[in-house]
Design a protein around this ligand. Structure first.
Ligand code: ZN
Length: 161
């Protein structure tokens, strides 16, 4: 029977809650999450909890920020003029965007709030500083293809290139 090890493609159903027990994210009612194990596609603490598991196994993992989305750091959210996002941008809180500095280095940013003329962006992931409570069930395990290993992610559900 196959178990979860590096370079397996793993399908899980999961629910993610915060310390207060509020559901932050869940695959309930939709397709399972499919990820490449060992490639950093999901947070480290969840990968560790799933390591060695088999199809049908359930795991519960409490993941601290250092194995989750990191501690919050740096300056508070910064305002950016909405016009900087181009004409009629579709923007909503929680959305990830990629910004480029003057040297052309790309960095991920997250939208915290959308106001009339400006948008507040933060370089911290929305779940930075949070302890993550995962409940997950392993639905499927398969070998990754060579192309998936080369790309470091799974090719499924319309991800096709
Ligand atoms: Zn790819």
């Amino acid at each position: 029977m196959s178990t979860i090890t590096e370079n397996k493609v793993v399908s899980i159903h999961y629910t993610l809650k915060n310390d207060a027990g509020e559901v932050l994210d869940s695959s309930d009612g939709s397709e399972p999450l499919v990820y490449l194990h060992g490639a950093g596609n999901v947070v480290l603490g969840l990968e560790k909890a799933l390591e060695g598991k088999s199809i049908g196994d359930s795991v519960s993992a409490i993941v601290s920020p250092d194995e989750g989305y990191g501690e919050r750091s740096g300056p508070p959210p910064q305002p950016v003029p909405k016009a900087a996002f181009g004409p009629a941008p579709v923007l909503h809180p929680g959305m990830a965007i990629v910004a480029e500095d003057q040297q052309g280095n790309q960095m991920p940013l997250w939208i915290v709030a959308v106001e009339d003329a400006q948008v507040l962006v933060d370089h911290n992931h929305p779940l930075a500083g949070e302890t993550l409570h995962f409940d997950a069930e392993v639905v499927d395990i398969r070998e990754a293809t060579e192309q998936e290993l080369a790309h470091g992610h799974v090719h499924a559900h319309g991800h096709d290139h």
